[in-house]
Design a protein around this ligand. Structure first.
Ligand code: PEP
Length: 229
């Protein structure tokens, strides 16, 4: 299983350092083959070493240059960061990233050899129209994406389940992941209100290879409930 923690705009440099120190001590109990990713805010990036991978929640698709407020590969390289989240629904919907922008980022970071967690997901309005409409939407989020890239995985995150406490049902996850695996044969994470109370059910679904976690990743205790379940 893959366990990815997305801190979003939470935690400081100091609290991230404390979190990682505490997590690393307790990760000795995890299954050897499981992978743990942590995506802290950009200001908390550092060259941490341990049984986990640190990634960037976002970056601009450049080496360096005149892009006020952004960071590029040069800044990430300082901390040995070569993992990135691309296409998160908050970046698409709140920060206005179009599919074209998302695809441009994907192509750039692929060229750089980054490991990419590529996020897709549908709104509640689309979910209510049924699986066919959901799949049509999800497939459209692969427009411009090289799905043959060897170093990427997909995170399926229904927008209506993110940060709402409302998880997709086992049936919804099963059917969507089964359909997605036929479109893109890559590790497939589920994201959307994953927590201690539902991890066993979700992790037991055949085509769920891991989870991307927001709220429940913010404290080491609640994240470890998932990793060590
Ligand atoms: C996310 O934003 O990637 C996410 C899954 O958040 P939460 O776990 O809080 O629903």
């Amino acid at each position: 299983m893959i366990y990815a923690a997305n801190f979003k705009t939470n935690h400081t440099r100091k609290s991230t350092e404390n979190y990682i120190e505490d997590l690393q001590r307790k990760l000795v109990d995890k299954n050897e083959e499981d992978r743990v990713f942590i995506f802290p805010p950009l200001t908390a990036l550092d060259a941490y070493e341990g049984d986990f991978t640190i990634g960037a929640q976002n970056a601009y698709p450049v080496e360096s240059g005149a892009y006020t407020g952004e960071v590029g590969v040069e800044q990430l390289a300082e901390f040995n960061i070569n993992t990135i989240l691309i296409g998160h629904s908050e970046r698409r919907d709140i920060l206005g990233e179009s599919q074209e922008v998302v695809a441009k980022k994907f192509a750039f970071f692929k060229e750089q050899g980054f490991e990419i967690i590529y996020c897709i997901g549908e709104s509640l309005e689309i979910r209510e129209q049924g699986l066919e409409a959901v799949m049509e939407h999800l497939v459209s989020q692969f427009e411009g994406i090289d799905t043959t890239y060897e170093n990427f995985m997909v995170a399926y995150e229904p927008i209506w389940a993110i940060g709402t406490g409302r998880t997709a049902s086992v049936e919804e996850i099963t059917m969507t992941h089964d359909a997605l695996k036929k479109v893109v044969d890559k590790p497939l994470l589920y994201g959307g209100s994953v927590k201690g109370a539902n991890i066993a059910q979700i992790a037991a679904i055949d085509n769920v290879d891991g989870v991307l976690v927001g709220g429940a990743s913010l404290k080491t205790e609640t994240f470890l409930e998932l990793v060590l379940h």
